[in-house]
Design a protein around this ligand. Structure first.
Ligand code: PLP
Length: 458
């Protein structure tokens, strides 16, 4: 992670009044720092580090601060607002449930929950039969860990092995963090579960599709040499659909071979679809790009259109492993989030958001490839699919690291009315609401170009 911090002191920047952007005050807008200071006093610092903007309202692909400055949003918060910020159908659906009134009913049944789960399971694909709802993504990956292991116990595996990928990421709770590949974030746990294994990620600049199968088998051979028996000791394979920080997809043959191995040795194949679900990549779920059929998928983020809902979707024989009452949570399937979830699925279908992600994705990637040609020295890779992309940067500025250089570009974009995802690394991620207009998308790419130029010229 870079130790770059954004400037919180209001600074004079060029005024901008385009069709989709308005910057008319000092930036950050006067009053911003005061709110951040209040939060600094009462909120743990782990929540901080984002751009200095107070979100006052967000609608479709625009974000407004308290001074009515307006940004084009290339973040969807963090790939949540797939159906557009404050989507009217989502709001209406929640309001209807509030008006019943019904805010909560724990695990007591209600019709909205039945309506939502039927829709969700059918949306997930023919391989799936049941779902279980939670609130945060990390709870979903945690529940997947439990089910993979319970299934291993059911079929008499000797050990509870789970194979994960180096540098992938699955959340911040104990099991999720154990499965994640980020070593520095795991120190607090104090031990490593010897049955959670990590194998190297096949970065496309290192491993071609032709070599992917061999690459995987070499990694598995290493585990086997250390005493692991795939048949007896491995219950699950946990894959992030693409590696998050860089929107890096695996070579298709790599995932296909994982599926073969899972079938051969009776191993559960799970995809963490947190960022890649709900039409983000031009498919309902990202696993579809690989031509495989996972046993479980973990979902969240865009699922609720802005309200906290996550889930685990799978086959009945796996989903029904925990006893009655042994896998539920106080807020699981809350009627408000189910109402929102129904509206999200309806909107994806009605607005044809898979097709939108494909056609707008084409504009986005053409634009980004063009930037790569212009800034040959500074842009090393463009990754992603549909409306999720990452640009990898290399600094050519003296004494400025790649990650700081990248953060400087993020801040410059912000000063010019464009929000992009700050990863703290040498990548900028881009994931606008799937409802963004082509015109706004092109305007945003132009702002990115100007921002890189400005940073290089400063
Ligand atoms: C791939 C992936 N898995 C899991 C999570 C955890 O989700 P949450 O933050 O909702 O707990 C995230 C969140 O960024 C994610 O990107």
């Amino acid at each position: 992670m870079s130790n770059f911090s954004f400037n919180f002191e209001p600074k004079k920047v060029k005024k901008i009044n385009s069709k989709y952007r308005n910057i008319n005050t000092l930036i950050p807008a006067p009053g911003t720092k005061e709110v951040f200071d209040r939060l600094e006093r009462v909120e743990s610092r782990s929540m901080h580090g984002q751009l200095p903007i107070i979100w006052n309202k967000a609608s479709d692909f625009s974000v407004f601060d308290m001074a009515d400055n307006r940004w084009i949003d290339f973040t969807s918060t963090i790939f949540v607002a797939n159906v557009g910020h404050s989507n009217q159908k989502v709001i209406e659906s929640i309001k209807k449930t509030c008006d019943e009134p019904l805010l909560s009913c724990y695990a007591y049944c209600n019709t909205i929950r039945a309506d939502y789960l039927e829709k969700l399971v059918s949306f997930a694909g023919e391989n799936f039969e049941k779902a279980f709802l939670l609130s945060a993504g990390t709870e979903a990956t945690e529940a997947a860990l439990k089910l993979m292991r319970m299934n291993g116990q059911r079929i008499g595996k000797r050990r509870l092995g789970i194979i994960c990928l180096e540098n992938n990421w699955h959340g911040r709770t104990f099991g999720a963090q154990m499965m994640s590949g980020n070593i520095s974030q795991k120190k607090w746990m104090g031990f490593h579960d010897q049955d959670i294994h990590h194998i190297p990620f096949p970065y496309p600049w290192e491993v071609s599709n032709e070599r992917a199968k061999e690459f995987l088998n070499e990694s598995l051979e290493n585990l086997i040499k250390q005493g692991l028996d795939l048949k007896k000791d491995v219950c699950g394979f946990m894959l992030e659909t693409f590696q998050g920080w860089g929107a890096i997809f695996y070579p298709k043959n790599f995932v296909k071979e994982i599926e073969n191995i899972c079938k051969k040795y009776n191993i559960i194949l799970t995809f963490d679809e947190m960022q890649s679900g709900f039409a983000r990549t031009g498919k309902n779920f990202g696993y579809e790009h690989y031509g495989v059929k996972p046993d479980l998928i973990c979902t969240g983020k865009g699922m609720g259109g802005g309200v906290p809902v996550s889930g685990l979707i799978g086959k009945s024989e796996i989903m029904d492993l925990p006893e009655t009452g042994n896998m539920s949570s106080t807020h699981s399937a809350n009627p408000l989030v189910c109402s929102a979830g129904i509206a999200v699925l309806d909107e994806i279908q009605k607005l044809n958001l898979n097709q939108e992600a494909i056609s707008k994705g084409k504009i986005l990637f053409e634009g980004l490839e063009h930037l790569k040609e212009i800034f040959r020295e500074n842009i090393t890779y463009i990754c992603g699919k549909g409306l999720i992309a990452a640009i990898m940067f290399r600094s050519t500025k003296k004494n400025i690291s790649d990650s700081i250089f990248t953060s400087m570009i993020v801040e410059k974009c912000y000063q010019k009315g464009l929000l992009v995802v700050h990863t703290g690394r040498e990548s900028i991620k881009i994931g606008p609401p799937l409802t963004i207009s082509s015109e706004a998308l092109i305007e945003g790419i132009e702002v990115l170009k100007e921002s890189i130029e400005d940073i290089l010229n400063e």
